[in-house]
Write a protein that binds this ligand. Structure first.
Ligand code: UT7
Length: 336
């Protein structure tokens, strides 16, 4: 039985910075409200008409991660791609990555677990490596929200929160059982699926002709819906539970955490968890102020930045945790 270890990290965000003041010019919102409720100061949006897509952003992040891993593209054995905003309804972006990166005809799996997507994807990759089936797996979380948000006052409760970007990790075989991904913990509660969802263009409740007939764009099921306060209340409980579950599994306590990377859903959620576990500012990494919530990309972008800033060192205990649509939630406990 092998272990798996992150050997390369990378991220990419579009250059286009959209501040809270920029948003207040197109909808009734303001910098004070957004900062006070979420901590967000600005986010990145792809340039309308530009080249960036969920796939291309993921590819850019992946190229950096592969280079840093010291591997060649030929050595990548499998791709796991997490997103809720694929370029096409099908096929998913995994196969597009195989083409864009010029990988061998390796398997490419698409993961649909929204804000928890990267942790689910990491867990899948970890299992493939632990069983010995693959040696090096490329894991990507990428998200392009800005093209699909209701950028009017009607949608402000959701649209001010989300941003675009991508993060990637290369996971490689590790022979030391005490180093690398020690454990992952995944959960779901489908009862609350519609509390944070984008209903269209799914085939469950509608026909494709409904979509074609909606010429005025008045059908709100094309936009993400979020019952914000309900999601918030569940998030703080589930984040706490799944972090504790991971720590206990490895005989660790919150004070053993060198770096907690929470999914960047809301700075208030991160601060609540930090306080609950008695962690210092140095033990928790947040960048929601600069990028907003980038769902599946948020954990790998934050992890990469924390690593680039020298805040993660060899031997550190790093905890990743996420909660979001599904509801789904998860954690990963890593010995760096
Ligand atoms: O990543 C997946 C997981 N997601 C989360 O964990 C998000 C969890 N939820 C949240 O972070 C918060 O619920 C939000 C930030 C989304 C919203 O904050 P809130 O404190 O729950 O606000 P609210 O939805 O209860 O709205 C309060 C007021 C309302 O006005 P009234 O009815 O009190 O007059 C809203 O219409 O704020 C209004 N409002 C806004 N005002 C200015 C909603 N959005 C905005 C806005 N600008 N952008």
């Amino acid at each position: 039985m092998y272990n798996s270890r992150i050997t390369g990290l990378g991220y990419y965000v579009p250059d286009n910075v959209v501040t809270n003041d920029d948003l207040s010019k197109i909808m009734e919102t303001n910098d004070a409200w957004i900062q006070e409720r979420t901590g967000i100061r600005e986010r990145r949006h792809v340039i309308p008409g530009g080249e960036d897509t969920t796939t291309t952003m993921g590819v850019k992040a992946a190229e950096i991660a592969i280079e840093r891993s010291g591997l060649t593209k030929e050595e990548i054995d499998f791709v796991v791609f997490a997103t809720l905003s694929p370029d096409y309804y099908f096929p998913g972006p995994g196969v597009l990555v195989q083409k864009e990166l010029g990988l061998r005809t390796v398997g490419a799996l698409d993961v649909r677990n929204q804000c928890s997507g990267f942790i689910y994807a990491l867990s899948v990759a970890d299992q493939f490596i632990k069983t010995g089936m693959y040696k090096n797996v490329l894991v990507i979380g990428s998200e392009l929200h800005s093209k699909g948000l209701d950028m009017t006052t009607r949608g402000r409760g959701v649209s001010v929160i989300f941003g675009d970007g991508a993060g990637a990790a290369v996971l490689s075989r590790e022979t030391d059982p005490e180093r690398g991904i020690l454990s992952t913990h995944l959960h779901s509660e489908g009862e609350h699926a519609e509390e944070l969802a984008l209903i269209a263009p799914g085939m469950g409740k509608r026909w494709v002709t409904d979509i074609l007939e909606d010429k005025d764009g008045e059908d709100l099921s094309y936009y993400p819906y979020m019952n914000g306060q309900f999601v918030f209340k569940n998030a703080v409980v589930r984040f706490s539970e799944v972090i504790m579950e991971g720590l206990k599994k490895n005989d660790l306590t919150p004070q053993d955490i060198d770096m907690l990377i929470p999914h960047q859903a809301n700075l208030r959620i991160s601060q609540f968890i930090q306080q609950k576990f008695g962690l210092s500012d140095d033990q928790v990494y947040n960048n929601i102020m600069r990028y907003g919530n980038t769902t599946a990309a948020s954990v790998p972008i934050a992890l990469t930045e924390a690593w680039e800033e020298g805040k993660i060192k060899e031997g550190d205990t790093v905890v990743l945790a996420a909660f979001g649509s599904g509801f789904t939630w998860g954690s990963a406990i890593i010995k760096w």
